[in-house]
Design a protein around this ligand. Sequence first.
Ligand code: PLP
Length: 389
Amino acid sequence: MQTPYFLLDKQLLDANLVSFKDALNRIWAHSSIGYSVKTNSMPWLLKYLKGQGLQAEVVSDEEYELSLLCGFAETEIIYNGPIKSEDYFISAVRKGSIVNIDSKNELAWFKAHIKESNSNIGIRINVDTSIFDESDVAYTNEGFRFGFSEENRDLAQAIDILRLGDEKNRIGLHFHCNSVSRSVDVYRKIALYAKELILKYNIDPSFIDVGGGFFGGVEGKPGPVDYVNVIYEELKNVVDVEKTKLIVEPGSAIIGSAVSFHTSVIDVKDTSKATVVTTDGSRINIDPLWAKDKYDYATESDYDASKIKSKQIICGYTCMDHDRIMSITGGRALSIGDRIIYSKVGAYTMTFGGPFIKYFPEVYVEDSGVSQLIRKRMTVQDYYTIQNG
Ligand SMILES: Cc1ncc(COP(=O)(O)O)c(C=O)c1O
């Protein structure tokens, strides 16, 4: 296989799936897993997860359409986010998708078109960031972007509209919060916040959707059982867990740890100040937010190279001087043809970004030692055709 390429390890993927399914079956059986399509929207993966009984959590009309193409029924799609179109919104509600309303715009569409109570409709709650430990979330001063705030009464109004003014009508509650730590405590706080709202507004939720943002398959970090446990413990006294469905929307916890990115050294040079190692993978491929400060990686060489270098700067192919992936200090001197393999890079990577200088690399899936190509390298002709129709 020619580098650069991504390799999806199907056994690791299966292990991540099993640990979510087991935790939910054991603790909150009336539940579903809505895989976060944006985290990695590879069609092979979506079809596979559909076959494994997952639902698709989408945040655009395009992702909705892609999920249908990959075999999900409308009733197996959760439609979130602030950029739904009116047509898709109405159709998704009518066809039985779970639709979590994010904006006043959508409330207006609801009022205009939906006349009957619908327990598949949920409301995205703009959880007050001050309930969290400062080390767990970003934007503690400015707050989160999405959903309705309870503190300014917007949430109360929205709940009233969605329940059509009748407390007996059931709706769902959606709480995804972006945390920087993925800590279990974030979910404890979310569950406590949910509990307060349930009591205050006398809600019998059809579902509680806690969103994504979990760890999964990473040694030394929490796993599904830890998260589901705290959510259950905080909510078991205010909801009937046989009637209120728990929805989780993992993305990274399913695919992140199952994928590696394989690159080769294409040049090594000493400048007056450093040793620069250029590779055929870029930071674009594995760190779309350009924020990582360490990687889980290994190097491979066909030669028994024992020379040690005090510092090597590993760079990407992009011709941008800042495409510097990492520095290796005190490592074996790398030479042309050596491989650098980055692990746990399946989330927000292989479908993020676009054709820049080099085009999307190949993706393989490996199962019991057998590799299968599941995405061809994007060719110049593919790129040209997309641009020219
Ligand atoms: C609403 C929603 N659900 C699920 C996810 C998936 O998060 P992760 O990939 O971190 O599990 C996200 C990511 O931002 C999200 O916004």
